[in-house]
Design a protein around this ligand. Sequence first.
Ligand code: HEM
Length: 908
Amino acid sequence: MLLRQNYTRVFMSIGLFTLIAEVLRRKKKRKKPKKKKDAISKSSSSTTLYLSHTASSTPLWEVDKSGFLPSRPPREAPSDDRFCVLSEIVEMVPTLAMMDDSSSFLDLIRRRESAFKAAVVALIEIREEDELECVHGLYSYLVCGLIKCGVSTIPEYVARGFKMCADRLNRRPMLDYAGCVLYNWALVDPQGPVSVENVRMLRRFTGLIDEEWFFKTHLVLEAAAGDAVMAMKEGLLQLESKNNYVFMIEVLRRIETSIGVVVRDCLPLMFERRGEHGALCDYYFFFHRLRPFMSGCKNVIFCGIDHDTPLTLPGPSGAMSTLLPCLDAFLGVKNSSSKLSKLLADFSKSMPISHRGFLRKISEQSLSIRTLIIQARKYRKSQDTDIVEALATQFERCIDLLLDFRWRHLQMVRKYIVEPSGGDASSVAGTGGTAALEYLHEHIADTEAAKLPSTGESWFLGGGVRRVNTVLISPKPKFTEPETTGEESDELWHVNAENGLLPRRQPVLPSHGFDHLESVVLRLPYLCVGRRLHAVVQSLQFSLEKIKQLNIDELEGLRVRLAFMAAAYQRCDSVACVNPDIPPGDTPLPLHFKEVYDFVADLLDRPKRLCFTDLVICNLRMSPSIYPAEKIQQNKKKANVDSLCPYASMNQDDDYAKEERCAVIPACSFLAVPEEVSLFSILFQTERSSPAIVAAILSSMNNPRKLTESLQSLRMTLRDAALRHDTETTHVARADKSTMRRLRHFLLPAGASDLELASMLYSGDSVLLPIVWRFLGIPKSKAATAELQRVRDALLHNRAVPTAHRNFLRRVSSIRDNVLRICTSTEPLHHLARLEAAYNGCVDELLRLCSRRSQLVCRYLPHFASEFRDIYFEHDRRALLSARLSLLLDRRLNQRRPSNEVRLSFSE
Ligand code: HEM
């Protein structure tokens, strides 16, 4: 008995001792984060200053009901004017990065060196976290743009500022998840929620909606997870008191509801499709156009930092979101591989410091909910059994949801990374530079392993080493004149054998007084998708007096820019397609802008909308074959702003650019992707044939031999024009389809049909094909659906075409009757044979060219391809086939005495 009492005392004192030791251990552990937090702020450079939360009493990254989103909407631009240089250049990043010309980019930065230095000084004075976050985001986009252009040494005045900013936030000098998602948005309606309809992203690398949508999906997902985060925060306090199972059931229920929305409603947003837009985040654009900006840096020297030691840092990744690591830690999902743990630890260095603290709190909790359940099952009292099992069931639902998230996510990685990269899963590197699939599969296996052991097995704490063979195949996913009477004074557009339909000089923007306009044009792709274009265009000031003094070259240069800006302004909302319930319509232009646009349009006698001439002919030039080098130089001197031309040397290393012969120099762009320039370039290539075509038409003579020669030369030119299309059809078909989906809203007014777009691609507002058509005298179809013929006929009165072009078209008369008349002449048979061959050769080559254009329509509008081919193009095809001549046969049949009279087909 005494022995029993002694044993009891010993066990009690051991129990008491263990309890005290446990309490002390926990206290120590709880203190640790505080210590670490201090250490972290100290570890920041000596520039680290106390950050007050003056903007609001709440710390920016406080973990609360907004989950891991900032406690107030991000600051859209730094409040200190000394950071303007950053904002200005970041807005040009899409345009500058597209040309992949590091020297132009660096030149631009070098010119603003003193402003960058002033920004570094301003950084030291920052007292608000919001300001620091905003500046960090700007530096990130600037540096990623530079790295994407191949810059491997960041200038000191940029590097120092970025590093200082990163140090003060205790993050790294690289774009991170917070920079592109968490702190990169603005509410459309400030009182509204964070939802796809109500948020726009702030900073961007391209003018693509795909980019917007990619980051927005992450953002909305974080917002939806807010209550799960709050539930974890509250549950964390209760985990201490082991017996509050009912409370923990409620915590898990809230996690399940919230993560259920994330998995079922938010993740599938990535695959969202909307009407003409198709996939809002197209995997082609994601992989080929956005991702190159997000690969972090490899051996990049940040001048003056760490003795110029090259830095290698990961780019932004969803793995830097604190959400999943917190859920893992809270529920008890362990990392089985030390490699994976190290990676996650590295990604966590890119989380806002409060998030890291929150994650650390959960991770250091001695008890995860999984352990709690296992323990409760082990030591259950009979009256708790039901409640513990209810808790276990709720837990399993949460683990299933986590697994669901990871499988669906894996599916996304396959679609957006593995497939576009060629399908070799083993060589795919993650956004953050990881061996992506290995990493993600590990994680799925670890989540599986966190399931509770069935109640039939022996209980063990921290067990769950029940590994599943992760299969590499994921389960099926659950997801536009008056008749000109006089002589042509419009010298710029004078049609002759030297320039054809191209302007004789490159239209330029006047060198003085319009710099502000050029600057907006450079930022157009940036501003198009975001919310700021309206404000920027509204703030533009023009002087009508100055415009009156411009010569025609300058007026055309001005018009191109105004037309691009107007199209972007009117339609950027439908491009951003934020609200599918709002019917598409063009936003009315601000009055003062409209006044200027209309004024310039009237001066040039052109319509008040973007035309083919603006889009292609005046927007591009092909160097140096069309415009000899010295002409370009002269033009550059004339317009110093031209030196700002962003596309002066497009990236010749880009496979796509090479394929598409993108040696074109566009002045304006909507999307800032090579695919867009490539489309303009294809259309421009045909116009380049216009000098030879015009030459052939003008040289058609009144004797059969000369006529034959002209036709032969026309035939060769048409052939060449058609072949140009051939060389440009070798790349990924998806690129064309996706490009048109993004561009069509800018190209035509709201509500335009597929047919209108198709006719634009087929012959545009260009008189080139109609000229040849008319010259060869191809019979016309009168069928109701001969829409393409009607478009050609309408060009005679279409003000979208320069007056000189229309006049030229009017003066071209058919050569066909002359050829037929020769047939009845005394011309020897072999002459007739050659003439017949030359004429029919032209018809054949015209058919070939029209066919190529119809293929172009099919490439860019695949959904309209069969309708266009079978209904509309068919009229042209038949008309051309029926136009072929059989002169020799006719001669034999006619047996008539010929007349020597040969009429002029074209009066010069
Ligand atoms: C097209 C869409 C997506 C792609 C291509 C993608 C790609 C990747 C890749 C390659 C990784 C491996 C780590 C790395 O190297 O970066 C990763 C990890 C991760 N991603 Fe995504 N991701 C996408 C969407 C999302 C979304 C919407 C979220 C939600 C926040 C997300 C959250 C995560 C998380 C939490 C990880 C860490 C692994 C895990 O916990 O399972 N990702 N992602």
